[in-house]
Ligand binder design. Structure first.
Ligand code: ADP
Length: 481
């Protein structure tokens, strides 16, 4: 097989691969050089409504499938992912730009989510609760929520769907998914993978095209009982407003502004390793990337010197080339946004230690960049960078670090490096974040609930909590027994 075998240039609706009613298509490009790699249907309202109908029709049968049959399907889906890991990873790199090693990891963690929820589905337990009066029995039971609408971003085009598709299918929900237009093939591949695994027609539907029209059709449909979204806070808020009209359950994985705090007592080499992976993974285009690096005064200069050496040694290039650690940025808008952060920091007294410009490779490549002398009045102190810029702030005390770290509307991931156990506990209590990495810069794992607080979102993905978002809880009161 080659990656092209998984590159579906059509939508999956009710078990059929189809184009848009209008016949219109959208070009999909490789961010390495802007070359067109294929097209996708420019779907909208009508196509989405048909997908919702197919998912609605498929729901009762799928919900009532035995638990073991549902789990077995998930195992087959897991195997389909892993048996085709390399081809799926290459497809991901070709449409998105990230290095092959990261794409291989993304397909693998997607498969891990599928496996995790195949296991968790067997533990979707209810409760028998003691009643306050005699003669009554109280039962709490869990049920599939119904048709789920999924809207996902371009930065993890495969694994962001994995975290939604796996728990949905595990519980017996049916799916209408809309992948990001920039990276639709990894999302469409989930349709093909579900076919390969043997899911009944209509259980998994994938629609591409106009984000506004597709999401509007999802929002207006009463049959869609849940919306799960990963993307910007701005769009997330819009979707929450839209979901209100039919009172859908919502899960929102939104923006972040992760602080990465390094104390004087940290293992500096470990902190550098963590900073590199947390900052530069996916060219800085993840919602959990270190956005603000706070370093305590005592080790500030040593930390910056080491970070500079490591950053300058990074290999930038086509993600398909061996050893490449940073690919291109997703598009020119992203490059311009990053340039704006750099210009703003420079104007306010920031010092460029390395990088700071477009990369000599041209296109959307950008140099891995470090800026010191960062201050709270610079744009990146409050906005998500989503690019390979590492701003370094200097701080003096623990209290100051916690206060600065919390000085944002976001609350997704944060990181801290320290060897003081008491401080680790104080940080856990003081930092207003949904996820905290102590002495680790890479914390996403299937066993743990991924999700934010404040304007970073609602709901959890992964962990036992990740199933709850696809569940309707019912209570039965049996009286007179
Ligand atoms: P990102 O910065 O990660 O691209 P977006 O929020 O812009 O975040 O996009 C995430 C997903 O939401 C993509 O699939 C995109 O097509 C979709 N999207 C963008 N704008 C809207 C919108 N107004 N309504 C619904 N979905 C949208």
């Amino acid at each position: 097989m080659a990656f092209q075998d998984w590159m579906k240039q059509a939508n999956l609706i009710g078990g059929e691969w189809v184009g848009a009613d209008s016949g219109e298509t959208i070009d999909v490009t490789n961010p390495v050089d802007g070359s067109v790699i294929g097209t996708i249907p420019k779907g909208g309202k009508a196509e989405t409504e048909r997908a919702i109908s197919a998912a609605t029709e498929a729901f009762p049968g799928f919900r009532d499938m035995s638990l073991m049959d549902r789990c077995n399907l998930l195992w087959r889906l897991h195997d389909a992912l892993m048996d085709n890991q390399k081809e799926l990873a290459e497809l991901l790199t070709v449409e998105m730009g990230k290095p092959m090693a990261e794409s291989m990891g993304e397909i693998a963690i997607g498969a891990q989510y599928v496996r995790w929820f195949a296991e968790e589905a067997r533990r979707a337990k209810g409760e028998i609760v003691p009643a306050g009066v005699n003669g009554r029995r109280i039962l709490v039971t869990k049920h599939a929520i119904g048709v789920v609408g999924m809207i996902t971003p371009w930065n993890f085009p495969s694994s962001m769907l994995a975290r939604k598709v796996a728990p949905a299918l595990a519980m017996g929900c049916t799916v209408v998914a809309k992948p990001a237009t920039a990276t639709p093939y990894s999302g469409l591949a989930w349709g093909a993978l579900c076919e390969e695994a043997g899911y009944p027609k209509g259980v998994m539907n994938v629609v591409t095209g106009s984000a506004k029209d597709i999401s509007k059709a999802m929002m207006e449909s009463f049959a869609v009982r849940k919306i799960t979204f990963t993307g910007s806070t701005e769009v997330g808020k819009e979707l929450m407003r839209g979901a209100a009209d039919t009172v859908k359950k919502v899960s929102m994985e939104l923006g972040g502004n992760a602080p990465f705090v390094v104390f004087d007592d940290a293992d500096i080499d470990k902190a550098i390793d963590g900073a590199m992976v947390s900052k530069f993974r996916n060219a800085g285009q993840t919602c959990v990337c270190a956005n603000r690096i706070y370093v305590q005064a005592g080790i500030h200069d040593a930390f910056v010197a080491k970070l500079k050496a490591r950053t300058e040694a990074m290999k930038v290039g086509d993600g398909r080339e061996d050893g490449v650690e940073q690919g291109p940025m997703i598009d020119m808008d992203a490059v311009e946004k990053v340039e704006d952060f750099v210009a703003d920091a420079k104007a306010k007294g920031g010092e460029i230690v390395t990088g700071g410009d477009r990369h000599e490779k041209g296109g959307t490549f950008f140099q891995p960049t470090i800026i010191t002398g960062a201050t709270q009045d610079m744009k990146f102190a409050h906005e998500e960078i989503f690019g390979p810029i590492a701003p370094v702030f200097k701080f003096e005390t623990e209290e100051e670090a916690i206060r600065l770290a919390n000085d944002t509307v976001y609350g997704l991931a944060c990181y801290a490096y320290t060897s003081d156990l008491g401080r680790a506990f104080r940080l856990n209590e003081g930092l207003q974040y949904g996820m905290i990495g102590i002495n680790s810069g890479l914390i996403t794992t299937v066993e743990a609930p991924f999700g934010g607080v404040k304007e970073s979102g609602l709901g959890k993905e992964g962990g036992s909590q990740g199933l709850e978002d696809y569940v309707e809880t019912k209570y039965v009161c049996i009286d007179g027994i």
